[in-house]
Design a protein around this ligand. Sequence first.
Ligand code: PLP
Length: 407
Amino acid sequence: MSASPPRLALEGGKPLRARPFHRWPVFGARERRLVLRALESGRWGKLHGSFNREFEEKFATYTGCRHGITVVNGSVSLKLALWALGVREGDEVIVPPYTFIATATAVIECNATPVFVDIHPDTYNLDPERIESAITPRTKAILPVHMGGLCADMDRINAIARKRGLAVIEDAAHAHGSEWKGRRAGCLGKIASFSFQSSKNLCAGEGGILTTNDTRLAERCRALHHCGRLPNGGWYGHDILGGNFRLGELQAALLLAQFTRLEAQTRTRDRNGRDLSRELAKIEGLEPLARGPEATRHSYHVFIFRYRRSGFAGWPREKFVKAMRAEGIPISAGYPVPIYRQPYFQKRDFGPFHRARLDYRKASCPVCENACREEALWLPQSVFLGPRTDMDDIAAAARKVQRAARG
Ligand SMILES: Cc1ncc(COP(=O)(O)O)c(C=O)c1O
């Protein structure tokens, strides 16, 4: 006779894990020293200090790019990438629907049209099989997101882009240090955009950067984020339409300090993420996303796995999430809807943009719908900074919930 299942914390039992997972953000003397140095320099703006310049060089080199341009956040960097590439009214840009709103908003803000192409069920990244049929004479660019830090299939995306004369912009907001066949995210397309918002693997509260190997494009981005000034132009010379999107020096100082931690943190996350994938794959009803050999490194900004209620006696995903959280595991269900189901898309309220009033009421990406509705489970990156035994706790909590569900 098997023992009766342990009482779930959800029902008043003892939580499997009472200790919190690894703290985030991680900071110490290095951050204090550099931020204080920026403060005491009295040069708090990008134009006058040296922290932004130093960070731009270091981060661009890290990604394998010649150029880096820091900006205020990763939403602005996406918009500037499209802007610099000449995406304009009437153009179409292919984007995945499983992403943060900024990926699509950046396209809207160019008065262009986001065309949603469904994700692959095994990776939750843009499905390369579906891209070509979405290309029209108006398509200007493909904007893959390295979702959660797993690189999109850049070989196939770049091949399609080359064949059809399109630009590829990486949304690498989740992918600091991620690799595709040993090459880092950030240098896998024409230009890339990163975010340094609080939750990101490299963070300064807010911030973003553009990386590229294309010198002309970099110069254009530099002008765009600097009120349209060209490199040798005057202070009141505004050659092109731009804006002030420059990052402050205190944040750049913080980024420089955080950057010294990135490599070691990325290795730890990658190791723990692999281990947890192996452990969860042994549990019926839980399936980590597929990570092919090309994904030589995964930032695990978000560790995503798939829920099958059949493994949990028919429990809906929401009940599993509640039970796991009560056991002390900070799990969530991730994006609630595909981007095109967000209210502003459904209401066709594009603010000052789009006189054409795009209509997404009939848009449908079934794989993404299913991921949002009942399949996806997320764990945040900071969970992967702790010891290997933290992974064991996550798997043990899932097994405990499973035993309780099965009765
Ligand atoms: C995929 C993706 N792209 C872009 C962004 C925008 O970055 P930021 O918050 O720095 O504007 C985010 C931020 O969460 C994101 O997750």
